[in-house]
Design a protein around this ligand. Structure first.
Ligand code: ZN
Length: 471
């Protein structure tokens, strides 16, 4: 029977008699014998919980660097964390109410003063987990952070996850579209023709196609888009596209003057883009994140490589110190320095995501990064420039461009050595006018359509071949 979340001030786990128990037994007289607490106990400033299938993160933001020890207990599965130099306060108690019933890993949390100066958190778990407990130094607008990352023992394979969602084996069967949130009902985005539609529908709506190459789009993009013409007899393998909405969770990305957060806008655009790309024949799409949680840069690349993506598209919204900066940009990786100071500045800023989002430096990401750096990237960059130009050209048809050509810089997220990778700065969120456009459903749809056209144009000129891959 599920127990309601509760705050306990009693010792939470049976074990050695705690000082508190002694205190109770002995009465107030003992108080004077207890060692005095540090003049000022650490304060918890904020608690945040980021549940996701990948992992659930709990963040305690504090005014000082906290020391924590942890252990797991089976039957039933629990994670116990003792935090030193801390007194219970209402903010910390608020953690109890922040655990959602649909959290993949946490059933509930109990918070209590285990003994003077030590707060104990007990996470009652839904399954056995692999915890990572670490601290982060102040960065950006954050003070000290104590992080608990609860990973599943067996991480979900991205392909298995897509099969489960019905996205991997899908061939020509129309799937129920995953409509992005806030989709404008008045202008439906190219709905797939339902298999049961009785009357023959005249184009423009694309019908399910037999396996075919992605066709050449018309030279001048006309609206509505004509249905792609099949190339009979030519069987092509599925194209897998990894879409990477930037930031997420602890890392909001850039924030506009009206408060719009890059992480939310780019997720919304990426979901629209996924939907549109899936209307193309033989295309399937993997999102590196589909919710509001942080994915380290190296993990984004790793996910794309696990599904053997043919293309990696990272979606962002630019920010600059001057609110007048404007326009869309497309970036690819550079081996020999950035093509402009602004590009280098931006790459450095985007690469900060890991420290703001927060990764455990003792984790394995560093190892992955060094492996990737050793591999040649020249061919990847050449292909990326081709995709980048095609996409930039299409975006130029609907939006002002920041610069007329694809730029290059050392973006960490573009470093998959075997996957053409581009990073799109859809607009400047720091420009109030562009922030307003980015928040607009119609504009989000337009930009997703333009990117789709660019990708289609690229694949029509560079059809994917069966290729052996590095693994
Ligand atoms: Zn960004």
């Amino acid at each position: 029977m599920p127990q309601p979340p509760q705050i306990r001030t009693e010792p939470l786990i049976s074990g050695p008699i705690t000082r508190r128990t002694v205190l109770k037994a002995g009465g107030t007289l003992l108080l004077s014998v207890l060692p005095a607490l540090p003049a000022q106990a650490a304060q918890i400033l904020a608690v945040r919980v980021w549940p996701a299938d990948d992992y659930t993160r709990v963040t305690l933001e504090n005014d000082t660097d906290l020391k924590a020890t942890h252990f797991t207990v089976p039957d039933p599965q629990r994670l116990v964390v003792d935090i030193e130099g801390l007194e219970l306060n209402p903010t910390l108690k608020g953690l109890v109410a922040k655990i959602q019933s649909n959290d993949p890993y946490i059933k509930q949390v109990r918070v209590g003063q285990n003994r003077p100066g030590v707060v104990r958190l007990v996470f009652d778990l839904k399954e056995e987990i692999k915890p990572q407990v670490f601290t982060l130094a102040p960065v950006g607008t954050y003070n000290h952070r104590l992080i608990f990352d609860l990973y599943p023992i067996r991480p979900a394979d991205p392909i298995a996850a897509m099969i489960e969602k019905g996205e991997w084996s899908r061939q020509d069967a129309p799937v129920s579209p995953e409509l992005p949130p806030h989709a404008p009902p008045a202008t439906p985005v190219a709905p797939p023709v339902a298999a049961t539609t009785p009357a023959p529908t005249p184009a423009p709506t694309p019908a399910p196609q037999p396996p075919a190459v992605v066709p050449e789009p018309p030279a001048v993009a006309a609206r509505p888009e004509p249905a792609p013409a099949p190339a009979p007899g030519k069987v092509v393998r599925m194209i897998t596209i990894a879409l990477d909405p930037g930031h997420g969770g602890e890392d909001p990305g850039a924030i506009g003057a009206s408060g719009a957060r890059e992480k939310d806008l780019v997720l919304s655009i990426a979901k629209r883009l996924k939907f549109k790309l899936e209307q193309l024949p033989n295309v399937r799409v993997m999102l590196t994140r589909d919710g509001d949680y942080f994915v380290p840069l190296g993990t984004r690349v790793e996910k794309a490589r696990k599904v053997q993506a043919d293309l990696f598209i990272s979606i962002h919204a630019d920010a600059f110190l001057r609110p007048s900066a404007r326009g869309s940009s497309v970036f690819v990786l550079s081996e020999k320095g950035a093509t402009s100071t602004a590009a280098r500045w931006l790459a450095n800023k985007e690469n900060l995501a890991d420290s703001i989002g927060g990764i455990n430096m003792k984790g394995h990401d560093k190892q992955l990064a060094s492996v990737l750096l050793d591999l040649s990237t020249t061919a990847q960059i050449n292909d990326s420039l081709k995709v980048g130009s095609a996409v930039l050209g299409e975006i130029g048809g609907i939006a002002r461009l920041h610069k007329g050509s694809v730029e290059q810089a050392g973006f960490a997220v573009l470093k998959a050595p075997d996957i053409p990778s581009i990073l799109i700065e859809t607009a400047f969120i720091s420009n109030p006018e562009e922030e307003a456009r980015l928040k607009d459903n119609g504009y989000q749809d337009e930009i997703a359509t333009a990117i789709t056209k660019g990708i289609r144009r690229y694949f029509s000129k560079n059809p994917p071949l069966a290729k052996s891959r590095m693994t």
